[in-house]
Design a protein around this ligand. Structure first.
Ligand code: FES
Ligand code: FES
Length: 150
């Protein structure tokens, strides 16, 4: 049975098994490969997308659980030809190294700042649990602090 949802503002109908993880529906069915696979068990955050504005690990969310929802992936974060402020801050602070974890990291930070524009360091520690194997955490922190001040 086709599953209807909105992805990056576009209505989509996915003809996939209902238990297909959202990550694979996005990557394999829709070709949105900006969302990455890391651990597959909701630990690393590489697969983070927004579901109705909330950050979620798409590797463990069955696509049937998000039927009717609005999904935003890294491909849909920039709007009207302008980078999202988190993307711009990532460039300004040269956050990524290999970049593999970064789409998930950026989505998690975008969700945090949307609900809490001026987070404390503790708020950041609590909300941003994404793992970066390159160890860019200091740059991530500087970029978020910059965004929180602006
Ligand atoms: S791949 Fe989903 S949290 Fe690691
Ligand atoms: S930038 Fe390489 S894993 Fe995070």
């Amino acid at each position: 049975m086709a599953i209807a949802l909105t992805v990056n503002g576009q209505p989509r109908s996915l003809d996939v098994e209902s238990d297909t993880p959202l990550l694979w529906a996005l990557r394999d069915t829709l070709g949105l490969t900006g969302t990455k696979f890391g651990c597959g068990v909701a630990q690393c955050g590489a697969c983070t997308v927004l579901v109705d504005g909330e950050a979620m690990p798409s590797c463990i969310v069955p696509v049937s659980a998000v039927a009717g929802a609005s999904i935003t992936t890294i491909e849909g974060l920039a709007a009207e030809g302008r980078l999202h402020p988190v993307q711009q801050a990532w460039i300004d602070h040269q956050v990524p190294q290999c970049g593999y974890c970064q789409s998930g990291m950026i989505m998690a930070v975008a969700a945090l700042l949307a609900r809490q524009p001026h987070p404390t360091d503790q708020d950041v520690d609590d909300a941003i649990t994404n793992i970066c194997r390159c160890g860019t955490f200091a740059r991530v922190r500087r970029a978020i602090q910059d965004l929180a001040r602006s």
